[in-house]
Design a protein around this ligand. Structure first.
Ligand code: RNT
Ligand code: ZN
Length: 418
């Protein structure tokens, strides 16, 4: 059967449940997904040539061919983007600044250091997101930044936070779509602290200073704060806990970032979407895959990724939930990591858009939980691949497994020569 016939047959199967596959494709294509630049170089950045990763996060693996310069990272990202359907944003960390070989400390960063990223994004049609970097720096070396008890060090990091908001706003203004500016700090204790209150008060004071420094235009910049339950070297206490940041986000009228690896193992982010959105205007997601801990494995099409997408679609939250990916694997081809994780996020969204939501909601409201479960299970084996291939075709990206050969070729032609 040719592709068209396969799609038409699948379209009929979904239509019998009241689902229009063309509309599902359209809706998926309209939902931006932010792809993390740091997958391309193991969160190294370009601040100084021998930057090392510190601060409660870790990349493992030594697969050859990682991007060594901004230009290599950009062309790797472009190649990955050519394999991924949908609207793409690129999420950039402060350590990816283009300092033209001059030392620019974290508290000195400004829009001018990101101009080349903006012109690239404009040319390629990507949106941008930003992240101040509170790790991999000598002033974060002892595990504290915005909660530091040394006033000078704390102020330094406050200045970095204020600077980051200006850069994010600049991104949004230039690209005509809001940039999410995500604050994650590694601050925490390896062993049992006694001064939790002092550290949390300092962190709160820092955010008060950062978010009151100037009023941002929300059409261009959406500040967000990311909690975590624990990190490497911060096993006993994370200063920026979930409760801390929920309060912080509400007080400052900003977003909260929910990272799928940052909660206790049986807690799920999918359940937090409709809870947080009762009281907040929006949230930012860091979709990741924690394997036993916050391991940041490549996103797969697992139950939780699907549940997240379904919650967004069922709730009609496409405008209020900003989807970002956050994982970094250095043990396999890094471009394949981008493609696999991003294609899976897209698949999850398309699957969610193909759910007969009205029918399922009707069953539930009528108390017919039998039909609800029966249909949820039947939906799993509908001819999804035909709709996925059509979506990829319409977006001009490879269908099925074709992209794998393309990545192997890029590896032979480009990566293996690095
Ligand atoms: C760390 C957080 C944070 C980082 C990125 C690089 O645990 O998830 O979001 O992964 O900022
Ligand atoms: Zn994260």
């Amino acid at each position: 059967m040719n592709n068209n016939k396969i799609y038409e047959a699948a379209k009929e199967v979904y239509a019998a449940l009241g689902v229009d596959t063309d509309i599902a494709i359209e809706k998926t294509a309209a939902t931006p997904v932010s792809i993390q630049c740091w997958q391309g170089d193991d969160v190294g950045g370009f601040e100084n040539p021998d930057g090392i990763l510190t601060g409660g996060i870790q990349t493992t693996g030594n697969y050859p061919g990682k991007a060594r310069t901004i230009d290599e990272l950009k062309s790797d990202f472009d190649f990955a983007a050519s394999l991924i359907p949908g609207i793409k944003k690129c999420s950039i960390h402060a350590i990816y600044l283009d300092n033209q070989g001059k030392k620019v400390d974290r508290n000195e960063i400004a829009p001018e250091h990101f101009e080349t990223w903006v012109s690239w994004a404009k040319e390629k049609g990507y949106g941008l997101d930003f992240n101040p970097t509170y790790f991999s720096h000598h002033l974060s070396a002892y595990g504290f930044t915005l909660s530091h008890q040394d006033e000078g060090i704390r102020k330094f990091w406050v200045e970095h936070g204020i600077a980051s908001r200006k850069i994010s706003e600049y991104f949004g203004r230039e690209l005509g779509m809001p940039s999410c500016n995500n604050f994650w700090v590694p601050d925490g204790f390896k062993d049992m602290p006694v001064c939790k209150a002092e550290y949390r008060a300092a962190l709160a004071k820092s955010y008060d200073e950062i978010f009151s420094a100037f009023k941002t235009d929300k059409a261009y910049n959406l500040d967000s704060v990311e909690s975590k339950v624990f990190g490497i070297g911060a096993e006993s206490c994370t200063i920026g806990s979930n409760e801390f940041y929920i309060g912080c986000a509400i007080k400052n009228d900003i977003l909260v970032t929910l990272d799928t690896g940052h909660f206790h193992p049986t807690e799920v982010v999918s359940d937090k979407i409709s809870s947080t959105l009762q009281y907040m205007n929006g949230i930012l997601l860091h979709v990741s895959r924690p394997v036993r801990w916050d391991s940041d494995h490549v996103v797969i099409l697992d139950d939780e990724t699907r549940a997240i997408a379904s919650e967004i679609v069922r709730g009609g939250y496409q405008e209020r939930v900003h989807i970002g990916l956050d994982y970094f694997d250095a043990s396999i081809n890094r471009i394949a990591c981008w493609a696999i994780g991003s294609r899976n996020m897209q698949k999850a969204l398309l699957l969610a858009n193909l759910e007969p939501v009205e029918m399922l909601k009707k069953f539930e409201l009528e108390g017919d939980y039998t039909s609800r479960l029966a249909y949820l299970e039947e939906l799993k084996t509908l001819p999804f691949y035909a709709v996925w291939d059509r979506y990829c075709e319409m977006q001009g990206v490879p269908t099925g497994d074709k992209w794998i050969g393309d990545v192997k070729k890029y590896e032979a032609d480009v990566l293996s020569k690095r």
